[in-house]
Write a protein of this length. Structure first.
Length: 149
């Protein structure tokens, strides 16, 4: 029996895939657990509509991420830190602090775990950190750390 899977089923197939399974398996397991529907023109049409909606939503998310890349390019976040006697910076600027500064000053919300560069800012001057805003869309945030007198 041909069915369209509504969810991933181990050893059978992935969601939205058309697979051929035994009649008893479909009738006694897949259909009652709402894991699949019979392959009909209506089922195929509904699946195609859902896939089209997902693609449109994905395209809108990518467009928003691209817009955010443009906004991030024009932003330079300013931080201040104390210096030791030999002129090195004391402490670090964490990704959490960067995310909070973006949110407070520019109303841009990003996830601190999405930073591609996993190092902390621990030197005076300018630093550029990459943020993965969406799969394949990477923005760059500029950070300037100056010494507190």
């Amino acid at each position: 029996m041909k069915v369209i899977l509504l969810k991933d089923v181990k050893n059978v197939g992935k969601k939205d895939q058309e697979v051929d399974v035994a009649n008893g398996y479909a009738a006694n397991y897949l259909f009652p657990n709402k894991l699949a529907v019979a392959l009909t023109e209506t089922g195929r049409h509904i699946r195609d509509e859902e896939l089209k909606k997902k693609q449109e939503e994905e395209a809108s998310r990518v467009a928003l991420a691209q817009e955010l890349v443009g906004q991030l390019q024009s932003i330079t976040l300013e931080f201040s830190a104390k210096a030791s006697q030999d002129g090195r910076m004391i402490g670090t600027i964490s990704t959490k602090q960067i995310v909070e500064a973006l949110k407070e000053k520019h109303h841009i919300v990003v996830d601190k775990r999405k930073f591609v560069d996993h190092y902390l800012v621990n030197a005076f001057g300018f630093t550029r950190l990459k943020i993965e805003l969406h799969k394949g869309v990477i923005g760059v945030v500029n950070i300037h750390v100056h010494e507190v007198k």
